[in-house]
Design a protein around this ligand. Sequence first.
Ligand code: PMV
Length: 350
Amino acid sequence: MSEIHRASTTAPVNIAVIKYWGKRDPKLNLPTNSSLSVTLSQSDLRTHTTASCSPSYPSSDSLLLNGSPQDVTGARTQACFRELRALRSALEAANPSLPKLSSMPLKIVSENNFPTAAGLASSAAGFAALVRAIANLYELPASPTELSRIARQGSGSACRSLFGGYVGWEQGSQADGSDSVAFQVAPASHWPEMRALILVVSAAKKGVSSTTGMQTTVATSSLFTSRATETVPRRMLEMQKAIQEKDFEGFGKVTMMDSNSFHATCLDTYPPIFYLNDVSRAAIKTVECINAATGKIVAAYTFDAGPNAVIYYLEENEKAVVGVFKAMIGGKDGWKGARGEKVEGNKEGL
Ligand code: PMV
């Protein structure tokens, strides 16, 4: 029997507080603006991936996600495989005693512990885990920055899941994307009191994919240019300052304003894109009521390309924030997964 080489890893979901929306190069996933996210803890929403290779495998690469075979012939997945194989080939060329893993078919097996493609950034954790699992399998001496450049080609937001804590993605200016990489703004330990409550409004697959949505927004929205060239660059600086200073009011205000701005450009797209629904809008109202009752910003909502709400708050305000949501929808499933426990539903700690 021929040998099987194997490596496993997990990668967490990240939820952007300054959204990536728009591609200047759709092939390389180069964005029209920088973005910033918070990476959830490994114990919460994550993808677990095992990469293996063997000369005995069927000749083509394969990927199984939550037990279903996936198409790996798409340009995104191929770009990741190609880049990682090229790095492994270079290692093998420099050290001829290494097994020739780069020429063996790959078998990737991934499991998400949350709904796939429901606006919960599943592709981010998915491609980050895929790239890191193969990099581990190939024993590549690649830094998280270099892996972020590769994962970006799978799914833009995936580049941010290669780092923990508070993570930026620099849009970069090079045509080859070499400087469009993620960087850590601060580790999770810098501000460990940060929490995220995730309200899964709908676990259905999203209506308009982010790639299609972004392209239509760039082509048709009149709000898009000012967002990409003025609003986001200013907010990137404000957000990094708020994180450095652990200023939740600053963090929360920019988070909510950026979510509003992103969904405004979606509505301004022609034909319009609606990711928020009535339940999402009720969550926004609830956050506004909590903040008004407290007299300051203690909760901040944000929504990706789907109706699910992510609400950031500090641990000290758990009662004021989670308590209110629980009073309203405590009858629904999913409140069991406290921080660090196995997740069953829709409440997460960072
Ligand atoms: O990486 P993609 O193509 O799934 O796009 C992600 C887009 C948003 O989630 C809406 C925003 C972001 O920055 O994560």
